[in-house]
Design a protein around this ligand. Sequence first.
Ligand code: NAD
Ligand code: MG
Length: 386
Amino acid sequence: MKNITILGSTGSIGVSTLEIISAHPDRFRVIAITAGKNLELFARQIKQFCPRIAVVASCDDVPRLKDLCSGLDVTILGGVEGLIAAATADETDMVVAAIVGAAGLVPTAAAIRARKDIALANKEILVTAGHLFMELVKEFGVRLFPVDSEHSAIFQSIEGHRSEDIQKIILTASGGPFLNTPASQLVQVSVRDALNHPNWNMGKKITIDSATMMNKGLEVIEARWLFDTPVEKIQVNIHPQSIIHSMVEYVDGCVIAQLGTPDMKAPIAYALAYPERIETGVKPLDLTVFSGLTFFNPDNDKFPCLGLAYRAINAGESMPAVMNAANEIAVAEFLDGRIGFTQIAETIERTMAAHSAHDLCTIEAVLKADLWGREFARETCKEIGR
Ligand code: NAD
Ligand code: MG
């Protein structure tokens, strides 16, 4: 039996993780779950999975959650201290990091220090603090399993191979909802258009990141740290069908890829049950129904965010954390209707231009850089917004 904590159980990844767990009650038990704002769903999850600890992000929501869960045998906590208690609960073997954004950094780092294995969906952790995070993983001897579909594909494609034989990592990208929208029309696209992803049903923030292609930029940085690969060896191919989830090219010219129906339950299950493969309910892949699988290079002029991410990781130090912070703010401002779609990239670019990268030696220093990026980006949005 593997004991699981899910940070962010009410999100898209959290819900899919609970689906896998409920299909395999003989394998997995839920010890702790945490959520942000959706208290009704959270209370239903607490009733169904009977965790020992349940945590809401804001302490103000604790009384209401206690009301919703009256009569249940669960310890209800709130705030960052609560998230850390969930992440470090004694019985927990593995923590599924499925909070969105840099908010997941502190509890996930605490989980590593408590020697929990990590199933990592929360890519912003590696973007903001990749270097420190990978050092912690090594220092505490925990195992880190990627959940992001591309990184799970790479993980599966490098197993049994020597890292020095890798020539290139090829991350595939669907291209998002605006793949075929003329660049001149991106200025006026609506929030609704941007949330309409062709292949994946995900949380709002990552869906907007997919529309701007920042998601792929974050994933390049995520791959750089997860697989200890220089960014020059990480390439992005647009692949609109999202069937090949990523590929690894070796020095002998051979390419190994992982394919499947696009459904996050597959990479989640692989991370949870590794090295075993378990049933997921994911629709089997029938390649004969596709008239063709296509691949091409991204349009960096139309989608500047991918280039900004390469610029940030090349600048290194605090720049990726600042870029991530600016992106989180700009996406939230776009979702709230205060800036336009193309102003997301503009906000990030201006914030990065105003920042001089400096060394980040501690998680506290990362949080400080993150805060600086957020404040600058917020001001920028006020200045350029509508
Ligand atoms: P989501 O918005 O659906 O869910 C996020 C979860 O985090 C929710 O439970 C929410 O309540 C919680 N949360 C949000 N802000 C919080 C805060 N400040 N403190 C504590 N908890 C907070 O997001 P998602 O789509 O499930 O994505 C989660 C992470 O996984 C993201 O980093 C995303 O990039 C990554 N990811 C998601 C997918 C996907 O298919 N959804 C695929 C690959 C990677
Ligand atoms: Mg992905």
